[in-house]
Design a protein around this ligand. Sequence first.
Ligand SMILES: [Zn+2]
Length: 304
Amino acid sequence: MMITRRTLLASSAAAAAAASALPAFAATPYSFKHGAFEVTVVSDGHLLLPTSFLAPTAPPAERAALLQAAGQTAEQYQSPTNITLIRAGGDLILVDMGSGDRFMPTAGKLWDNLKAAGIDKTKITKVIFTHGHPDHLWGAVDEFDDPMLPDATFYVGEAEWDFWQGDDAVRGLPAERAGFVTGARRNYAAIKNKVKMFKPGNDIVTGLRAVATPGHTQGHVSLELAGGDGLIVAGDVLTHPLISFAHPEWKPIADHVPDVAVETRKRLLDRLAADRPKLIGFHLPYPGIGTVERKDGAYRFVAN
Ligand SMILES: [Zn+2]
């Protein structure tokens, strides 16, 4: 069953107690129309990450206050994983494929959640990857390393593909990320005959364009959908509902090229606040949709 946010809010008001136990990663997809597109956000579950990953070098008191406000004072926190599905004419387009079955037991729920929503995954014609991290790419294969969507075409940014295949992926790599390279290469290898490379600025289909947002990874891209004031599927440019907006200059551990990521975050936030397109953030509280306004010399995420 597909329900709208309005129905979701109405039903969750009735089940407030249950909802409060499961706020950020509801399985029920949230759908809306945007221009010529129909957009659905499906949860892949959530990641469980060390809270120390969030801006470890930020001023401790300011950091503690924001973590307190986000309810993230324990050693680990839950990071939602929101996957965007776009119906565009005859195409059904998935943006990222989630974690699959061997990254974290709390993630990899995309296929179950699609099925529960009555969405047939074999109808997906195109997949666009924002970047090659496990929670976005490793769902590309099943438990036998066979492609999960053998009939789909896979769109990978050229710079991102080159990064993961090249020597720079392993040079100076922190030990905890070694498995990321092996996993990226395993998943890319399984789909490589069906991969189409693109560059930022290219249209994937009419009205759906890739935008360069490097820094989180070397070739990270976001997607821009035409219609109304616009819609930006921002991948992992803005990963925390408070920190990324109030302090875009703070550097989360997960960013590969931190200085570039900061510049990208500031540039995207400035655009989001000025032009007021909708934003979908992969790791923002489910469904991760909202707008951005200026606040106190920085920015604020307004969920909607
Ligand atoms: Zn991510």
